[in-house]
Design a protein around this ligand. Structure first.
Ligand SMILES: [Mg+2]
Length: 337
């Protein structure tokens, strides 16, 4: 297969703020695999937290893209070859997505059908990024017109995190989830979680730093389900996460692709854990790959393309709050003309 890749800058509609960073744009890598005149596309959203960048992802694809070989259906073999080189999970996920897209196009079916899954999963949450309580409430009120659940970014480091959730609860009855992005100490988590339970928060994502030794005790004592994100990357992490959390947050950029994400979802079910699917800032191409895993999850946070000033890869449609992939073969979608 011929492999080509390039960096694409995605401009955000508004500055996005979480506990550890703020951003106006995100750089992703888009990859194309061509086999017998048919081209499959995939996207990598590198995660800075794991020392990845668009440049490092592009380098990985330039250096190791040939590991996809000549059989676009040999996902297991390709996955093993790619996994033999550590790191750059986002780049691997782009290659995996492009292989799935190519398979669908070669067979004339959408990828969700290829995987034997329904077309859609639960509605996506909309992310209310970190701000003052009043500001978050104002933005939540606007978003509540379009979305069916809201995910609040916390970790303000100012003692106002519970106030943020209260302010948002004051303007909407929608289901609320929170994501602390590793920003609380064990003591802060123990103080905040019962209050979040009273407000009716559905789950709390990654309250403690990844690997924090308090995880096990917090799981036992938290009245709100704990989901881990920064603690959970691939299948190998899932059983350990069962000790510290009630659920896992799968992202293709961490797992290395759709195939590993599906394994993780099934492993989590076997451990009686909840499953959520997250994303990064991504175009519709990245989100279309995420949609393939969504039907296996309890909670969906696939709003990456909706945060953009303009999606350069239309195809996924938000229908009544549900991210809905195209019925076209492969991942659907195509670059904006
Ligand atoms: Mg998260």
């Amino acid at each position: 297969m011929d492999v080509a890749a390039r960096i694409v800058r995605l401009q955000l509609a508004e500055t996005f703020v979480i506990a550890r960073e703020a951003a106006d744009y995100a750089d992703v890598v888009q990859v194309s695999l061509t086999h017998e005149g048919v081209t499959g596309h995939g996207e990598a959203a590198p995660i800075e937290r794991y020392d990845e960048s668009a440049e490092s992802a592009l380098r990985f694809i330039d250096d190791h893209g040939a590991l996809v070989g000549d059989d676009p259906f040999a996902l297991e073999d390709v996955g093993e070859r790619l996994a033999s080189i550590p790191g750059e999970q986002a780049a691997k996920s782009a290659l995996d997505a492009a292989l799935h897209d190519l398979q669908g196009k070669l067979l004339g079916v959408p990828v969700f059908k290829l995987l034997g899954l329904p077309r859609t999963g639960p509605p996506t949450s909309w992310t209310i990024w970190l701000g003052d309580p009043d500001d978050m409430a104002r933005r939540a009120e606007g978003a509540a017109q379009t979305y069916r659940r809201l995910k609040l970014k916390l970790g303000g480091d100012d003692g106002l995190d519970v106030e943020r959730v209260r302010a948002v609860r004051g303007v909407t009855d929608l289901p609320l989830m929170v994501d602390v992005n590793e920003w609380w100490s064990f003591a802060e988590a123990l103080e905040a979680l019962p209050q979040l339970a009273e407000i009716g928060v559905e789950y709390c994502e990654q309250p403690l730093k990844a690997g924090d030794e308090g995880g096990r005790a917090l799981k036992d004592r938290s009245p709100v389900p704990i989901y881990v994100d920064e603690d959970c990357h691939t299948l190998a992490d899932v059983s350990g996460c069962a000790e510290i959390a009630h659920g896992i947050n799968i992202k293709l950029g961490k797992s290395g692709g759709i195939r590993e994400a599906i394994r993780m979802a099934h492993a989590a079910r076997g451990l009686r854990m909840g499953v959520m699917l997250g994303c990064m800032v991504e175009s519709g191409l990245g989100i279309a790959a995420g949609c393939c895993v969504a039907p296996l999850c309890d909670h969906i946070d696939l709003d990456g393309n909706l945060l953009l000033a303009e999606d350069p890869w239309p195809g996924v449609e938000l229908v009544d709050g549900v991210q809905t992939p195209s019925l076209a073969p492969g991942l659907g979608g195509s670059p904006r003309a």
